[in-house]
Design a protein around this ligand. Structure first.
Ligand SMILES: [Fe+2]
Ligand SMILES: [Fe+2]
Length: 300
């Protein structure tokens, strides 16, 4: 599966739902191929990734960059497999992504942080290959990472009972969440992991960081599974105002939100399941200095 010289090809490798012959798994992994870029955003929990990638003709050995949207297990469990296949891949993630974190429903805390094997694989990377990302980073011409996403809307939150400690009940702000953007002639293509910062906060931050007001497409988990009707309504309204050409809800978006998106955006909403492929224009550079300068010590 190769992108032509004039396009960006996005393939969903792991999702809660999958096309026939692929393994569905609660998690997300998205493959992005563009001129000069072979990039994986997230890895799912692990088991589905290698099989689905092979079935879809995506050699994990060709991963040049691995971007982790945040440290939850369903996005990072496949890190050891990816780094085994692609030992020279550069990895980008926020330092907070390796922290312990829990989801607590009822009395039983469930650890949902990055698995120990994934943390170890990151720690074992040679110097210079692991890029802790605490600010917007340009990866190449027309491709970048948002860095931490400001929480500016009054109707979005992390979307679940997330905590940093199994007993203290201190809320987890999931401030390691980041998104990937590709700037094309048609506008931004934004790939989100779980949107724990809020989908609208994420898109607006990507617009600022990439210095591109137009959202062409957004793909990934919108985490509206447990959202109130009011939040879903306001999210869909704000998204519709951005007039995206393609919205591919995946993973943790939830069927109520998908239905609301379809009602507002009709055929511009496409199913974001494993095996789905989307083609966009090639990334358009250059990386613009300014709001998101590349931090010292972090090299694209
Ligand atoms: Fe997730
Ligand atoms: Fe998550």
């Amino acid at each position: 599966m190769t992108a032509s010289s004039a396009e960006t090809k996005v393939t969903i490798l792991v999702d809660n739902e999958a096309q026939e012959a692929l393994i569905p798994e609660h998690g997300l992994s998205v493959w992005i191929e563009a001129p000069g870029e072979q990039l994986l955003v997230d890895t799912g929990q692990g088991p589905a990734l290698a099989r689905n990638a092979s079935e879809l003709g995506v050699p994990l050995s060709s991963v040049k960059r691995l971007v982790l949207s945040h440290g939850h297990y369903d996005h990072t469990g496949g890190v050891p497999e990816v780094l085994k296949c692609a030992p020279t891949a550069r990895v980008y993630c926020h330092p907070g992504s390796v922290s312990a974190r829990y989801s607590i429903r009822g009395e039983l805390p469930k650890p949902i942080g990055m698995p120990a094997a994934a943390r170890l694989a990151l720690e074992s990377l040679p110097a210079g290959m692991l890029h802790w990302t605490t600010r917007p980073v340009g990866l190449g011409d027309g491709v970048g990472i948002t860095g931490p996403i400001p929480r500016l809307t009054d109707y979005e939150d992390t979307g679940g009972p997330f905590f940093v400690h199994p007993e203290s009940r201190h809320a987890d702000p999931i401030d390691d969440e980041l998104a990937l953007w590709v700037r094309t002639d048609d506008g931004l293509v934004v790939v989100v992991g779980c949107s724990h910062a809020g989908l609208i906060n994420t898109l607006r931050h990507a617009q600022r960081v990439a210095e591109c007001p137009r959202i062409h497409a957004v793909l990934g988990g919108f985490h509206l599974l447990e959202a109130s009707e009011a939040r879903i309504e306001r999210t869909v309204e704000a998204l519709a105002e951005m007039q995206p050409d393609l919205v591919a809800p995946c993973h943790c978006t939830g069927s109520r939100a998908v239905d609301a998106l379809k009602a507002a955006l009709a055929q511009r909403v496409q199913p974001g399941l494993a095996g789905a492929t989307f083609t966009f224009g090639a990334p358009v550079g250059p990386w613009v200095e300014g709001f998101g300068e590349t931090p010292a010590g972090v090299h694209a």
